[in-house]
Design a protein around this ligand. Structure first.
Ligand SMILES: Nc1nc2c(ncn2[C@@H]2O[C@H](COP(=O)(O)OP(=O)(O)OP(=O)(O)O)[C@@H](O)[C@H]2O)c(=O)[nH]1
Length: 388
């Protein structure tokens, strides 16, 4: 989806949450990121679960036989939460609540770790606190959590850890200072990594959207006439091909009208090229006035236009439409002062289609030939191409 240049240029990030200040841009970014967040979260949940389970081998060294069941009970509960979130990641709800769900998984992994520690002898904390460092890194760099959520979960776990072991279990302050030192270091490094990562991802998103815009503009330029903004020959051929197939499928009839302004060269020579340009623009807007939304008006070059009229049904209808276009040109061009309220005229060749083996090139060629017939005869009129 294209995002307007103005929105992209004025895009700015909230310094702490890293959200785009523009709400629409934020929604589009989250939507754009969702597929990669999903696969990253699934990988993170699976790998996290494997590691969480593998740490069970440590229990043999520290857990007393009576506590083994309780420790495994806690570990299983945490793993169940992880697998539940993994399963939810395949549902639509995940798109809306994925940050909260992954955040809860990280939080429970930490709380589970503390619960296990409470069944272990006090010296086991020397080894198990490292688990909190790993959970902190998991949240910041691997889980798919945004910087703000990863920081929230990690800081909360740090606080709970201190409340439990400094407050409730009265651990030696030197030991706790050392644990805190490493856990806070992990928080700082992890937060820095996730902050930079998210910021770069958002900047990359903006650049990608700018490139999309650029690509779209170039495509538009390649398919439209510079002066009038109308579709050019290439785009017209594409539309005629589509119309041929549509008409054949739905038993409809369409008409292609080749329009060449009469005596346009003298207008340029008399009033100048700039006035000639204004006449071409005015002519195109006059034609648009009498066309239907589904029809296409193209400029083929110079003073040549082409109208692709769909669902026209009969040749008489096509002729009436062509007369309507000519009528538009007879109205004096009062909006162009230098043109002295003169009017213009045109010769129109009509080709009805589909017919056997019709192609866009052939439809335009037949309409062109019919138009030349008018030019040779009298100008300011119409002719219909015979279909053999
Ligand atoms: N102002 C302007 N003139 C253009 C543009 N492109 C082509 N022309 C001029 O349009 C004129 C087309 O002339 P022709 O169709 O050959 O001649 P005409 O005077 O219309 O002759 P008939 O079609 O026989 O009536 C030429 O003088 C071109 O130089 C353009 O973008 N702007």
């Amino acid at each position: 989806m294209l995002i307007s240049r103005d929105i992209l240029r004025s895009a700015s990030l909230h310094p702490w949450s890293l959200s785009f200040i523009n709400k629409r841009l934020e929604t589009l970014y989250l939507h754009y990121l969702m597929p990669s967040v999903k696969s990253q979260a699934r990988m993170g949940l699976l790998l996290g679960a494997v590691m969480y389970g593998l740490y069970g081998f440590l229990d043999v060294l520290f857990v007393t036989p009576e506590a083994v069941i309780k420790v495994w009970y806690v570990r299983t509960m945490v793993l169940m939460i992880g697998f539940a979130v993994f399963a939810i990641s395949f549902t639509k709800k995940f798109t809306r609540y994925h940050q909260q769900l992954i955040g809860i998984t990280g939080l429970f992994a930490g709380i589970g770790l503390f619960a296990k520690m409470s069944y272990l002898p006090p010296n086991a904390i020397n080894f198990y606190y490292a688990g909190l460092i790993i959970i902190t890194f998991w949240c910041h760099t691997f889980s798919g959590l945004r910087f703000v959520y990863a920081t929230g979960v990690s800081v909360l776990l740090l606080l709970i850890f201190n409340m439990l072991f400094w407050g409730l279990r009265d651990m030696p302050s030197l030991d706790m200072t050392s644990y805190d030192f490493f856990i806070i270091s992990a928080n700082i490094i992890g937060a820095f990594a996730s902050y930079m990562n998210e910021k770069q991802s958002r900047q990359l998103f903006l650049r990608e959207k700018e490139l999309d815009n650029e690509r779209y503009l170039q495509q538009e330029r390649a398919l439209h006439d510079r002066l009038t903004g109308l579709p050019n020959r290439e785009l017209l051929h594409d539309r005629i091909e589509q119309a041929i197939h549509y008409a054949a499928r739905n038993s409809q009839v369409c008409a292609g009208l080749f329009i060449d302004l009469d005596k346009f060269k003298p207008i340029n020579d008399t009033y100048g090229h700039a006035v000639g340009d204004m006449v071409l623009k005015e002519v195109s807007s006059r034609f648009k006035n009498v066309m239907r939304e589904a029809d296409t008006l193209a400029r083929l070059g110079g003073d040549e236009f082409f109208v692709l009229a769909k669902d026209i049904q009969t040749q008489e209808e096509a002729e009436a439409f062509a007369h309507k276009l000519l009528q538009q040109l007879r109205i004096p061009l009062t909006s162009i002062n230098a043109f002295n309220s003169n009017s213009v005229s045109a010769s129109i060749g009509i080709c009805m289609f589909p017919y056997p083996h019709a192609t866009a090139i052939d439809v335009v060629r037949r309409a062109d030939q019919a138009m030349y017939h008018v030019k040779r005869m009298s100008k300011d009129g119409i002719a219909v191409a015979a279909i053999d």
